[in-house]
Design a protein. Structure first.
Ligand code: KG4
Ligand code: ZN
Length: 345
């Protein structure tokens, strides 16, 4: 089965073709980062308009690069939520229109299920069950994954998502949007011993996270400083160390509590090399295997949506014809493919 994947939930237009026999055939990504950078964050209306401009040319290019014709496409997978409603609707309506025109089924995919399954696109995919740390701009989740759609949320952020905390702290340090990768780069030059930030919610039981206090800590630390490049790098380092350490502590706890021996990390923040390194070390110490997607599939992309949608389409599931986006959609509301027609929002 060949599936066209479409991702438009935020500020990246992602398109891919996934073949259940041959794997990924082609994928394209157009990032709107430069458009939003001048405003210091994503402007939803600009995001929707730009998806409209870029989506059809990207679909054409992706089909061309795969060397197939559109008649060979068996189904369409599109991000139906969570995300910005206007941006989502561009992908949803384009996907539904193409599916109607081509007389093929289409399925609305949960964006975080896409992230969660992204490691499956790699050569050596993890086997179920596993523990997943999902860390993106909008979500921080620890999930027990027993199979597709079989998700138990073990912990989540009570306030800012991990990526959001990176972005907001980066802004305080005078970095551009999106600040996560820039903060990570700045932290490389930082002195790890100069400041020590708290590891929130680690000295009490449970697997939830809280990152908003680290912003205040950053602000208070910066207040007493001249704001030199070295000061900013040292603060960036202390912030990153605190976030990474907190995640390591929670993942260790979750592995031990569940008895799982496989850990995957996915979502934009999983591109952070300090986090990858830290979790790899944790894996060695806990005798757990650690998996993550290649860098370009950590952040938003069409390939993960094509893969996730393909698995559900293969199981006979598809979404009813109406054009519907779900901006707020908890991942534990998903269920395993159930062979029923038109059951998903
Ligand atoms: O998954 P994603 O592309 O979009 C959402 O679904 O939100 O994640 C984007 C988030 C942004 O907050 C960005 O700053 C963060 O991931 N991010 C990083 C890094 N690369 C992206 N955060 C820390 N270190 C990185 N290297
Ligand atoms: Zn995402």
């Amino acid at each position: 089965m060949i599936v066209l994947g479409i991702e438009t939930s935020c500020d990246e237009t992602g398109v891919a073709l996934y073949d259940s026999n041959k794997g990924l055939l082609s994928h394209h990504l157009y990032s709107q980062v430069e458009l939003h950078a001048v405003y210091g964050g994503v402007v939803p209306e600009i995001a929707s308009r730009d998806h409209i401009r870029k989506l059809i040319p990207l679909i054409k290019e992706t089909i061309k690069q795969a060397g197939i014709s559109h008649e060979q496409i068996d189904g369409i997978a599109y991000t139906a939520g969570p995300g910005l409603v206007g941006a989502l609707l561009v992908g949803v309506s384009t996907a539904r229109a193409l599916a109607w025109a081509w007389s093929i089924p289409a399925i609305g995919v949960h964006h975080m299920e896409g992230h969660l399954l992204a490691p499956m696109l790699e050569k050596n995919p993890p086997a179920y069950p596993f523990l997943a740390l999902l860390v993106s701009g909008g979500h921080t989740l620890l999930v027990k994954v027993d199979g597709i759609g079989l998700y138990t949320t073990l912990g989540e952020s009570l306030d800012d998502a991990a990526g959001e905390a990176f972005d907001k702290t980066a802004k305080m340090l005078g970095l551009d949007y999106p600040g996560g990768p820039l903060l990570a780069k700045l932290a490389e030059q930082g002195d790890p011993k100069r400041f020590h930030f708290p590891r929130p919610m680690t000295n009490r039981p449970g697997l939830d996270f809280s990152f908003s206090g680290l912003k205040t800590f950053t602000l208070n630390t910066m207040e007493g400083l001249s704001g030199s490049q070295q000061d900013r790098a040292d603060v960036a380092r202390a912030f990153q160390d605190a976030v990474v350490d907190t995640m390591i502590i929670k993942c260790r706890r979750a592995l031990r509590e569940t008895g799982l021996t496989t850990l995957i990390i996915a979502g934009g923040v999983s591109a952070n090399s300090a986090l990858r390194l830290g979790l790899e070390k944790l894996g060695k110490a806990e005798q757990a295997e650690v998996y993550y997607p290649r860098l370009e599939f950590c952040t938003d992309n069409g390939a993960m949506i094509a893969y996730a949608g393909c698995q559900r389409l293969l199981a006979g599931e598809n979404t009813a014809l109406e054009i519907n986006a779900t901006p707020r959609w908890p991942i534990n509301k998903l269920s395993a493919p159930n062979l029923a027609f038109g059951t998903r929002p």
